[in-house]
Design a binder for this molecule. Structure first.
Ligand SMILES: [Zn+2]
Length: 49
């Protein structure tokens, strides 16, 4: 069962909750980011260090 939770603030894709697991993260200001953008961001941060 896939339920749309909201829209990713980075790419605009719909973020789903599937079987109780959110396919992304909720940020501190209660906006959503999909797992793809979240992982892409982590890699960018790694490269920056
Ligand atoms: Zn995204």
């Amino acid at each position: 069962m896939k339920e749309p939770v909201g829209v990713c603030i980075d790419c605009g894709e719909i973020v789903y909750c599937e079987g109780g697991h959110l396919a992304g993260i909720i940020l501190e200001d209660h906006t959503l980011r999909c797992s793809d953008c979240h992982h892409a961001r982590k890699e960018l941060n790694k490269e920056a260090q």
